[in-house]
Write a protein that binds this ligand. Structure first.
Ligand code: SME
Length: 165
């Protein structure tokens, strides 16, 4: 496994393109989902300098905080609540340009201004969400959705079923 992250060139797309093979390389060597979530969060956070980057895992009828980078955060979120709970309930990525305009947004940090939440699917079920917060408005767009959905797919499919629940 590579020990040093190589951060790609100027554009967002170039950075994701450089990041994808490095994530593939890291997760293909390790079957434990939590360990891989930890490295994916770290790699995304370091590449883009987001405010908060991390995972919430499905635990019964709630999401529970998983590996993350950034300030401390809420530990449990009910299905359908906030941006994370909505992404889980709707099994769909949520791109939020201004968190203050999202009904029910959960403000773990007052510095968060925009957010993207991407479900992690296994066998058609949401098993976790990837949540990224920015301290600026309108940080996330269709490019982020495209690459982050690829990253969650790579993550979920690299890990064995037995070690996730
Ligand atoms: N803002 C999220 C809660 C998680 S924190 O951003 C880390 C939400 O509304 O679900």
């Amino acid at each position: 496994m590579a020990e040093q992250l190589i951060i790609g060139g100027g554009t967002k797309q170039e950075r994701y393109e450089a990041l994808l093979p490095q994530i593939e390389s890291v997760v293909e060597d390790e079957k434990d989902l939590i360990a891989n979530m930890a490295n994916v969060a770290a790699m995304l956070h370091e590449t883009f300098g987001f405010w908060w980057t991390g995972f919430y895992r499905v635990d019964g009828d709630e999401l529970v905080l998983g590996p993350f980078q950034g300030p401390m955060a809420c530990t449990r979120i009910r299905k359908g609540r906030g941006v994370c709970g909505t992404a889980w309930a709707e099994a769909a990525t949520q791109v939020v340009p201004d968190v203050e305009l999202f009904p029910g947004h959960i403000a773990c940090s007052s510095a968060s201004r925009s957010e993207i939440v991407v479900p992690v699917f296994r066998e058609g079920q949401v098993i976790a969400v990837l949540d990224i917060d920015s301290d600026r408005l309108s940080t996330f767009d269709e490019t982020d959705r495209h690459y982050l959905e690829q990253i969650t797919f790579i993550l979920a499919n690299a890990c064995s079923f037995k070690k996730t629940s």
